[in-house]
Ligand binder design. Structure first.
Ligand code: 5GP
Ligand code: ZN
Length: 115
């Protein structure tokens, strides 16, 4: 989508602080981190959210990217949280599928995101 910020970051039209990239996904640091590690894993192709008929290959690539991001940032050893906000009630503000990878501190077990 031409006016989608994450499409632009994914194709390097707008630069970002990238942590990982392969053929199907990019991972980059969130602009407003809610925890010491806050990385967004984003498919290069535009899907509105997790319910948007995302191919299994892309879902697998997202899972792989999460694993690599966790290893690169060290949170694989301490634990972390993955969240994909979906729709208005889910608090989704950017309507291009993304998974928040949050860690680097003890996260509240009953709250969403970094709260
Ligand atoms: P959502 O609220 O849709 O689940 O999450 C969107 C996330 O994208 C927010 O955490 C916000 O800080 C992040 N974000 C929005 N615009 C940009 C941007 O231009 N660059 C980066 N790196 N993160 C962004
Ligand atoms: Zn997009």
């Amino acid at each position: 989508m031409s006016d989608c910020i994450f499409c632009k970051i994914a194709n390097h039209e707008i630069p970002s602080d990238y942590v990982y990239e392969d053929d199907l996904v990019v991972a980059f640091k969130d602009l407003n981190p809610l925890s010491p590690v806050h990385v967004l894993v984003v498919p290069k192709k535009h899907y509105d959210n997790i319910t948007d008929n995302v191919p299994a290959e892309t879902l697998a690539a997202i899972a792989h990217a999460i694993e690599v991001v966790a290893q690169k940032t060290g949170i694989d050893k301490t634990g972390f949280r993955c969240i994909t906000n979906t729709g208005d009630d889910g608090g989704q503000s950017v309507h291009h599928l993304h998974v928040h990878v949050l860690g680097g501190r003890k996260l509240n077990p009953t709250a969403g995101e970094g709260e």
